[in-house]
Write a protein that binds this ligand. Sequence first.
Ligand code: ADP
Ligand code: MG
Length: 361
Amino acid sequence: MKVVLENLTKRFASRQEKGKDVIAVNRFNFEIPDGQLVGLLGPSGCGKSTTLNLISGLEVPTEGRIFFGDRDVTDLPPEERGVGLVFQNYALYPHLTVEENIIFPLQNLKGKQRMTKDAMHKKALEVAKLVQIDQLMERKPKELSGGQQQRVAIARALVKIPNVLLLDEPLSNLDARLRLQTREELRRIQRETGVTTIFVTHDQEEAMSISDLIIVMKEGVIHQIGKPQEVYDDPVNLFVAQFLGTPAINVLEGDIRDGKLYIGSEAVLDMPGKRNGPVWVGIRPEGFLLDENGPFTCGMDRVEVMGRDVSVVCTHPNMAGRNLRAIIPSENRMDAGAKTVRFSLKPYKVHVFDRESEARL
Ligand code: ADP
Ligand code: MG
């Protein structure tokens, strides 16, 4: 089911300053297409959980409307919206078995939706199989690993066949390997069920790897919505460019003069058609080519081996005190003793931003 947010806004009285408001969610307008997995991405405190809580009905919006399909659900209580919720802490009932935890949401169904015990067991087994915990039905939560507990929470959220599945940092409590595995599982489960899913995370790699669409937000405002690769390749501003990608994009002071991009005194790229003036230059780490005649000269700090690639850590006066990182294939012969290193740049990996507004030029 598609989810439409219209002008959705939530203000809280500030916890820090009396009499001041925090705008946790500021005039959101977007439509989540039916059956897609959308990653809601942004730094801590930017309003992700509040957005999810508004969609689930746990929070009441200050302004704006929420639609599931064509139905306005803004004034419906959470239990009438048909949402499945999964949080970072799995919030299972400790005294109930896995099966009882999964069945729990089915027990209070009223009227036509009421289910027999048999039907509930059947349904619980079906979703348990989907998340691959059907062998663990008799266990208590404390007898499960973190990853298994989170699967139980997902099964419980799916058992009523929700209109929308809402996941708030569901993988944050898992260790690195399990996080990777569980996110692939999530993607599979979402594909198999076709449930429209909103996945909240502050981890850009996690969001990029499993989402059909990502929404990048900061301080309650949406900055960009798009397919992960499109947003990575085509960031609308410096914030989005810096938020996506590890290692982060390198940001340098630069200038555009007469159709050329200058970093310091070096003309590093042709940039026809852009107006003269100071810019921020963003260069993705994979945008460098080792080139002894290249136009861009950096100081050589060290080479870090990463296996398939090496990370060349450089210095440059226009980097405002930070190191510059170039990722290049490890086949390249690097003279680690050299004082300087020269690069040419891949044009589609270089973005320029207005120095004031930080909008992409
Ligand atoms: P995120 O999930 O992206 O970390 P939240 O949605 O939890 O961010 O919070 C967004 C902003 O709203 C933060 O500044 C937070 O302090 C504030 N906030 C959230 N809930 C409340 C509340 N109940 N009362 C006051 N301020 C709140
Ligand atoms: Mg949160």
